[in-house]
Design a protein around this ligand. Structure first.
Ligand SMILES: NC(=O)c1ccc[n+]([C@@H]2O[C@H](COP(=O)([O-])OP(=O)(O)OC[C@H]3O[C@@H](n4cnc5c(N)ncnc54)[C@H](OP(=O)(O)O)[C@@H]3O)[C@@H](O)[C@H]2O)c1
Length: 306
């Protein structure tokens, strides 16, 4: 496993983190096995959100911690809040504080290592958010703060008011969902790939040493599911299979290695609930794709280059 220093913090986070969005319907024993596998592979980072499975994901994870509290000190635990299912977004102070209290109860822990604001709230009052961060920080309930799905401008605004550094931005990124690099590569061109939809968030995060956490590393989109073995992506799967044979790892590991090859040192948040898949994916940290292999995968996913 590789580790990255989370800038301005004491945390060394594993390059692959275990995402907990899909564990809600798993038994305590299944989640325990997944956690043990993750720790055995060197994964020390666990990503939650209050809304995953309507709170059930945190609950079942928390049951493992209640049974084996000694595991907590081996973990860097992150959760997210701010999405109100069926209603939309709420970054008000009370909402954030109540959400964190709920998460801490469900996880059976007294603190979160990181708290992210899940998705931008158009009605966000940044002073109020800063107030919530201060309260949570002073009470020892949250150590570090970050965001998810935020543009460069939104992070700058929040940073203007917050007393704590914004240390992470969790963004969707994969070979197929690669908008963050598309616009830079197509700079000065007129095709759709040139359109900057995120305010140059990739360069902004690198300038400001904000860790990018890549979510859904294997998903084409919500509706299509994974691109691995997906008949809609024949060329990409051919290229993945070629490299999987060369490096003796799975196609999924090659897809993860593609993200890790980017010099921004992005952390990959994996969503598998299979201990076997998780172990296979961690092989990605032993691979360094060549430049040509990286570009071949990019082109095989249906993109062009100027
Ligand atoms: N910030 C946000 O807005 C946001 C949004 C979505 C997700 N997330 C975070 O990102 C994490 C990852 O998202 P995700 O679950 O969509 O990511 P993912 O890792 O791209 O997808 C995981 C899914 O792909 C399947 N899969 C198919 N073939 C696989 C293979 N060979 N190896 C591994 N998995 C394979 C998995 O099935 P198996 O379980 O059978 O392996 C699982 O259903 C989530 O858990 C969550 O923590 C954040």
């Amino acid at each position: 496993m590789k580790y990255y220093q989370l800038s301005n913090t004491q945390y060394h986070v594993s390059a692959i983190g275990m995402g907990c969005m899909r564990i809600a319907n798993k038994s305590v024993e299944e989640v325990e096995e997944l956690i043990d596998t993750a720790l055995d592979c060197g994964i020390n980072f666990f990503d939650h959100a209050d809304i995953y499975g309507g709170g059930k994901s945190e609950e079942v994870f928390g049951e493992v911690l209640a049974k084996r509290p000694e595991l907590r000190e081996k973990m860097i635990i992150q959760s997210k809040c701010g999405i109100v299912p069926g209603k939309r977004y709420d970054f008000s102070k009370d909402y954030i504080i109540n959400a964190v209290n709920g998460t801490l109860d469900r996880l059976h822990t007294d603190h979160l290592d990181l708290l992210l604001l899940h998705r931008p709230d158009a009605l966000c009052d940044y002073e109020e958010v800063a107030d919530a961060f201060n309260t949570l920080n002073k009470e020892g309930k949250v150590c570090q703060f970050g965001v998810s799905n935020h543009t460069a401008g939104q992070v700058r605004l929040l940073q203007m008011y917050a007393n704590q550094s914004i240390v992470a931005n969790q963004l969707q990124f994969s070979i197929v969902h690669s908008g963050m690099v598309d616009s830079g590569l197509h700079m000065n061109m007129t095709e759709d790939f040139a359109v900057d939809k995120d305010g140059g968030v990739l360069d902004f995060c690198r300038f400001n040493e904000i860790m990018i956490q890549a979510w859904s590393p294997l998903q084409a989109s919500w509706s299509e599911g994974t691109f691995i073995d997906n008949p809609h992506y024949p060329q990409l799967n051919e290229e993945l299979a070629k490299l999987s044979e060369k490096y003796h790892v799975t196609k999924a590991a090659i897809a993860v290695a593609w993200i890790l090859r980017h010099p921004a040192h992005m952390q990959v948040i994996s969503g598998t609930t299979s201990p076997i898949h998780l172990r296979e994916m961690c092989e990605a940290t032993n691979i360094q794709l060549t430049r040509q292999e990286w570009y071949n995968l990019y082109l095989a996913s249906g993109k062009t280059l100027p």
